[in-house]
Design a protein around this ligand. Structure first.
Ligand code: NAD
Length: 292
């Protein structure tokens, strides 16, 4: 049996893909209504502990380090129910240091942990084509890899525990800076009187083109900022990136700058918007919207 904890925007479709692939699941979410999983043949647990008691592999997909610590190490948590020999695969994007701390606590009980955050967002979670970057014990990784392959089209072990999340921080820096660059450039083009859609079509096949541009510009042109990936989650990731970088004596100036853009958007009430709403910051300054 596979346990799945945290059935939000990402966890829900990921768990559904495991069910579709024929796995037996026991699921739990502290807040979200997950009653639809009964009809899909999954068991619904009453606690994180119960999930761990009934499964050999436990997957978590939670917002941030404190949530994973609570669900795994807190009262009624995974650590209270998990059998020695079981494997925890944390697919949340959290601080690498937190992964290492949780892993060490679990090790004392004979439980192995892999950190395996994902990239690709809700659409790729739905079609099972996430990019999964894992860290941890190689033997445990090989055991869970076939399961991860039901949720992702790329599953790569990058190093020891925490290195999956280091890789994810690198990913999140690149995505945030890319959206900011696209937003700044498209605001300039729109204010100069050039159709933003024409700009997109003209440059998407050249060196400036990117997966980020292809995914986010159509949303910006439609003024559709429904998440997707919420600004508040990107603030969380950049905070983890800044903390980790400063602990390692690595100045990350561009990340710090985009962090302040995200903070301004939060003040303006856009924390629950998709991160493509970064464009709103530039639109406000330039007094010009980037729309079709
Ligand atoms: P979400 O907020 O939609 O889902 C998280 C779920 O965890 C919620 O349903 C919440 O009720 C549950 N939860 C919180 N604490 C819990 C606890 N102690 N026990 C049990 N359940 C608990 O978030 P999401 O968008 O699905 O993101 C999950 C993770 O994946 C985050 O770390 C995020 O950064 C990462 N991620 C998200 C995306 C995206 O596009 N949304 C893309 C890649 C990675």
């Amino acid at each position: 049996m596979i346990g799945f904890i945290g059935l939000g925007i990402m966890g829900r479709p990921m768990a559904k893909n495991l069910i579709k692939a024929g796995h037996k699941l026991i699921v739990y979410d502290k807040v979200a209504d997950i009653s639809e999983f009964t009809a899909l043949g999954a068991e619904i647990a009453k606690s994180n502990k119960e999930v761990a008691q009934k499964s050999e592999i436990i997957i978590t997909m939670l917002p941030n380090s404190p949530h994973v610590k609570e669900a795994v190490l807190g009262a009624g948590g995974v650590i209270e129910g998990a059998k020695s020999g079981s494997i925890l695969v944390d697919m949340s994007s959290i601080a690498p240091k937190a992964s290492q701390e949780i892993c060490a606590a679990l090790k004392e009980k004979g439980i192995t942990m892999i950190d395996a955050p994902v990239s690709g967002g809700e659409p790729k979670a739905i079609d099972g084509s996430l990019a999964i970057m894992a860290g941890g014990d190689k033997v445990a990784f090989e055991k869970v890899k076939p399961i991860l392959e039901k949720m992702g089209s790329s599953v790569i072990l990058v190093g020891g525990i925490g290195s999956g999340n280091v890789t994810k921080l690198a990913n999140q820096i690149i995505v945030a800076l890319n959206i900011a660059a696209v937003s700044e450039a498209f605001t300039l083009a729109a204010k100069a009187g050039v159709e933003p859609e024409a700009v997109f079509n003209a440059i998407k096949g050249g060196l400036a083109g990117s997966t980020v541009m292809n995914a986010k510009v159509p949303m910006i042109l439609d003024g559709n900022f429904k998440p997707g990936f919420r600004i508040e989650l990107h603030i969380k990731d950049l905070q983890n990136a800044l903390d980790t970088a400063h602990e390692l004596n690595v100045p990350i100036q561009l990340t710090a700058s985009v962090m302040e853009v995200l903070q301004a958007l939060k003040v303006d009430g856009f924390a629950a918007n998709d991160h493509s709403a970064i464009v709103r910051y530039y639109e406000k300054l330039a007094k010009k919207e980037v729309r079709k």
